[in-house]
Design a protein around this ligand. Structure first.
Ligand SMILES: C[C@H](O)[C@H](O)[C@H]1CNC2=NC(N)=NC(=O)C2=N1
Length: 224
């Protein structure tokens, strides 16, 4: 666990992720006593925010650059399946947000008729989107959706593809919109009808679709 370093925000050291993740549990208790702990649809996505009662130890802990830990893309670091995506030091007396996200494809969709299911925030969407890089976010008449396209070898394999996606959707209790256009163009769109927008369920389903064994259905790319 980190001891509180000096509080200058100029040359904050990069923090080794390993000392960050163990802190999560003690941070939970500390943040719970000092701030709002809101867990999103799944317990493994925990967004902590510490209000004005910030402790210098945490201020020193999180660089003012809004980046903690080492990772391929700035603040994106991975330890096993746990990603610490960022902790945002918002300066003296401000709050700190520590977002720890477990790999989407390991999570489970929640029933869409839950009272606490709400559309995902832009911030959380930007945190989850990097885990489904092949998908695009698009606005369909005011409804935000995820979409991915594939070219399959033939019409029947397109239907085969739909079948394995359908089995996954049934097991998750969360369903995509399936399109097979011009005999070999598969388009899958995902959104949460119950709240007319995107929820974490949609990102979980997209991540799980990406793990399906559909390579053999696909037409080889021209430059292959
Ligand atoms: C109770 C059950 O969760 C709901 O009927 C589910 C079924 N599948 C669903 N799939 C999608 N994409 N959106 C929904 O709102 C939805 N609702």
């Amino acid at each position: 666990m980190h001891t509180a370093g000096k509080d200058s925000s100029s040359s904050q050291p990069e923090y080794d992720l390993r000392s960050l993740v163990p802190l999560k549990s003690s941070a939970l208790s500390l943040f719970r006593s000092h701030g709002r702990l809101s867990s999103c649809a799944a317990p493994d996505v925990v967004e902590l925010s510490l209000h004005r009662t910030i402790l210098s130890g945490f201020r020193a802990f999180c660089s003012s650059k809004g980046v903690c830990g080492r990772g391929p893309a700035g603040g994106d670091s991975t330890l096993g399946e746990t990603k610490v995506l960022f902790c945002k030091g918002v300066g003296l007396g401000g709050g700190i947000e520590l977002v720890v996200v477990v790999n989407l494809s390991l999570r489970k969709c929640v029933p869409c008729n839950r009272k606490d299911l709400s559309p995902i925030t832009e911030g959380n969407a930007s945190v989850l989107k990097p885990q489904v890089p092949e998908w695009e976010l698009f606005n369909d008449g005011g409804v935000m959706k995820l979409r991915r396209k594939w070219k399959v070898k033939n019409f029947l394999l397109g239907l085969e593809f739909f079948k394995i996606v359908a089995d996954l959707a049934e097991s998750e209790g969360h369903h995509p919109d399936l399109h097979l256009v011009g005999w070999n163009n598969v388009v899958i769109e995902i959104w949460t009808h119950a709240c007319g927008g995107l929820t974490e369920n949609d990102f979980i389903l997209a991540a799980k679709i990406d793990k399906l064994p559909f390579e053999s259905y696909l037409r080889r790319k021209v430059n292959d």
